[in-house]
Structures are given as structure tokens and as C-alpha cells.
Design a protein around this ligand. Sequence first.
Ligand code: F6R
Length: 617
Amino acid sequence: MRVLISLYLFQKNMCWIYGYMGDATNTHQILLRWLNRLEYRGYDSAGILVGYGSEQKIVKSVGKVSALTNKVSSLIAESDVYTYGIAHTRWATHGGVTEENTHPHTSTESDIAVVHNGIIENYAKLKKWLIEKWYTFYSETDSEVIAKLLEDNRDGELLSTVEKTLPMLSGAYALLITHKESPRSMVWVRLGSPLLFGRNKDGIYFSSDAQALAWVVDEILHLEDGELAHIHEWNYSIRAQGKNIFRNLEVFDEKDLLVSKWDYDHFMIKEVDEQPAVFKRILKWRVNIEDMTLHADAFHGMQNENYKKIVFVACGTSYYAAFLGSYRIKQIAWIHCDVEIASEMQYLPLDVNDETLYIFVSQSWETADTLEVLKSVRDKWGNTFWIVNVVGSSISRMTDFGLFTRAGAEIGVASTKAFVAQTACIFLLSLFLWSRRNLTKWRHDQLLQWFLEIPDLMEEIFEQKKHIQSIGEELSKYTDIFYLGRWYQVPIAFEWSLKMKEISYIHSEAYPAGELKHGPLALIDENVPIIFLHPKDMVFHHNTSSLQEVKARKWLICEVWGDGEDADWHIPLPDTLDELSPFLTVVVTQLLAYYCAKRLGRDIDKPRNLAKSVTVK
Ligand code: F6R
């Protein structure tokens, strides 16, 4: 069955919207708590509007949430009563990082307020027109244009004011709008930029992030693109093109996405430690342990025996998960498989036919580059499948079939457990495709049997944490690091190198070990440690030769696995099958990067210039 999708424009910035309305009297604290929890996503200014009846207060600040929190506590007493509010975190696009450019934006009298995600493409023309009328603008943003337009179209009713305004806007947006004179109402609009609404016994919550709602609500409502909703007290009405639409709230069962650092210094290390549990959760959902079969319904949409080619599309760490997946699809399922970087794929011709399946991999849910390719494949009626971590995400709502990796909320910007979950799911997928093709059962069972052992083997690696930490700390003394691997370890070398760059800010390069002599050797000397992934697999001896090439030049070697004979540092690992070795080496690489970055005192969970969801193209 093919799911019809509505017009989908992409969110062009990395801003977040929150809102609350209900029985609680401390809306300012509710919103600040939310902003704090979501701070890891990265932004450069934040603002809130809170109200009680027609009494309203707006507070804005540039910088981290702590700056806004300090400002709020100097302006609002803890005991002050506010029963509704909207909040916004901004990643500057139109105009610099200033309080004036921070949301909410308001009408001239500040009675209408709006928070906006996305982009208004015709804002310059509208702004000129409004200025010519008499309006004064205080910011450089496209969003303020919306507030002034609402003012210009005001007719006493918030809903009809919004309905009159929307046709004048072109672009992609999610809006949450309040009006002083209707303090028990809000209007919420969605066109190409996500925004959800959830409800619990205390009130109504809005968020552009499904995960944020997971902490608080029992029921959730999605708007489709082009729809708006008028919320009044506990009721809501949905409208599109002037007509009412009826839709019920859905039960929201993502309560397990709780976000707490517990006793850990960083989310990243907590998430690395969670990997055995994530693995077990995936096993529970996908594998029938009693008879060693895969749950066919967990791979719904994969039964098509005619797929002759699979094309993975992804970015960053998800790309490396797909890269590793492509090795497994080729070697285990024997299907031709390509893997493409989404931002590049947009410029390449699409090979869309019945025998090709496009698989989109994303740990978050809103990566603009990946979504752009998905849209192009869908426009050509290609077969699509997603591998995503978050239930209710944009990608998962736009494709035919897919599977949730169920890694749980990942807070550290550097992806760890989401990567492991993606690679585990793709491994099972390759096994499923293989088993569908009736190839030998003993090999299938052997792979699955060893796969079940991985959580315990990961725990064994954790027992070496102190040793790995000491090597990670040594690495912090260098300015360049090389990562080498062969066969299944090549994607891990790339992923490791990315992780190192991200969180330690140390320059690193990854190469297939066989490529060393084709150029990179010229760069290496005794100041560049080589991290060598050297599992005892089919290519062990080829790797040993490469290792000796390095050793002959007396360069520093950290050997992961192998026998350690030629190494300056050695990290032994337990045995497993060749196909499964990346599940072990990746844990070592994550730990090395973590301890190295920690020694350097880096902001590990929120590395500079990076954000968790990359919704910009
Ligand atoms: C790196 C990292 C990023 C993401 C990339 C794609 O640790 O997390 O490289 O993998 O931005 O994001 P998703 O997977 O959300 O599509």
C-alpha cells in the first residue's frame, strides 16, 4: 500500500517552539524547565511569553537558557500566577543574535504574539508593504512580519484573523499564536515545519519536538501540512482551507524517553553505557528467541522478493551506519547496495524503479538533507523505507514502511547508542532479506546466535574502561590522529574519526588500511598516532602487513583487538563473528573519543557549532 503524502516543505532553521495552557499556575517554570531539557539541541537565544487573563509578560535573552532563567527570576516572582505561555529557542537565520530578533514577536500593541519556526519566503515584500502602510519593525526577522500582518488583518476573532493572514504568507512554517483578548485560546498552524499538541490531566502542551512531549502528555495530536487548529480551554477544532476537519487525539506511548543524566558526568557516556540495554530491546522487538526467527511483521514492507538494489540515504553518523549496513546487505543478503550522502544525492539522477528500494536512515527525525531526497523519491513514486529513532517523526510519516530503532532519547549531540541501534537494525534487516531468500538456515542461526551475545560482549569491554580511559587521555596530547581499518571496520574508522573531531576538536582522518600506501603515508610521522582496528577476522593478515608498514617507520600505534605485539597501546577484545565485530570496535572508539575529549575539558554533550537535529539544508 502506498501512503499518499501531502505537500511537504522543509523546515529551514533549527528553532524550537513550546507552549502551555491549562490549570497549572506556574507556566513560566514549566516553559523554562522545557527549555532547559531541550537545551542540548543547540540555539543562540530564547524567549517566553506568559499570561494570566489579559496580564502578559515577555522575557527574552541571548545565550544559554541559564541567561533567560536568570532574567525571568529577576522579573517574575516564583509565586506569580501564569496559566498560559509560549516559548521559543532561536538559531539565527534572518538577522543576528539579538534580543530584538528573539521570539515571541508581537503586534504594535503587543496584544498579538507569535512564535515561528521555518521561513517566510516573501517576507521582504510584505515588510516593505507594511512599512509603507505605517508599521514599525523592531527586528530583522521574517517572523515579525507575521505578527504585523496578523495585526493588519485583525477582525476581533483570533481564528479568522489567522485564516485571513495565512494565504498572504509563502514558505514553510509552524506558528503558535496568542491574543491577549482571548487568554484561554491559541492558534496553531503547520505548513512544512513540525508542531505537535499533547494533552494530560493538567493541561495542553505544544512542542515542535515529539520527544519533548514524551515527558508529559498521554495523548497527542498531529496536524497535517496546511492545517491549523484553534484551541480553546480543553477543546480543539482543526481547519484546512476554511473547512472543519475531525481528528481524534492518539495515545502517546513514548513515556520511556525519559531524559536524565543520573550520576553520569555527561549524557554521552550514559548513552554509551546504555548500548547493551538498547541491543536487548531491539532483540525483544525483532527476534523470536525461542525458535531463532525474526518477527516478519517487524520488517513489514521488506517481503518484496524483487528488490534487486537497495540505496541507503543518510547524513553524518547515520551515513556511516548505512555504510556499514551496505557491507552487510551485500555480504549477507547478496543484494546490490549503494550508500549515498543525502546532501550530495540531491544533485544526482535518481534511479527509481520497482526493483529498487530507498532506505532513509536518521537518528533524529527532521534532517533536511535526508528529507529532501525522500521527497524527490516519493515524487517519482519510488519504494521507500525508513529507519528512524523517534516515533511520530516527519520521515516516518512520509514513507511506505520502516522500522523504529528504539534506542530511546539520545541527548548527547554526538550520536552513540542511536548509531549502534541503526547498525543492529540494518544487520537484522540483511538477515531478514537473506532468510526470505531461503539461503542456508545454519548460517542464519549462527549469525543470530552470536548476535544475541553482543550485549554481554559489550559489557566485557566496559570492564576495560580504566585502561581505555588512560589511552584516550594520552591521545589528547596530539593534534592529528589517523584511523585505519579494513572491510567491516572501514565504516567504524570513519565514524570514529567523526566522533573524535566532534567532541575533542582534534583533527583526525580515517582510511581503509589498504589505502595508506596510496598517499596518506606522506602525512604521518611520530607525532600522529595511528589507531588500528584489527579484529581477528578474514582480513587479519592483510591488516598485519599494513600494521608492520607503520611499525617499520616507528610510528605510534594503538591496536584495537589483534595480538598487541607491534603496538604501543593495545586494547584486546573478545571473539565474535567477522560480521559482528563492528559492534565491539565501535564501543572502544566511542570510549576513546569520550575520555580524550573529557581530558581536554570539552563541552562533550554540546560541542561547539553543532546541533542535534540539523533541519537546515
Ligand atoms: C554525529 C551526528 C550527526 C548526525 C547527522 C544526521 O554524531 O549525530 O552526524 O548523524 O547530523 O542526523 P540524523 O541521523 O538525525 O539524520
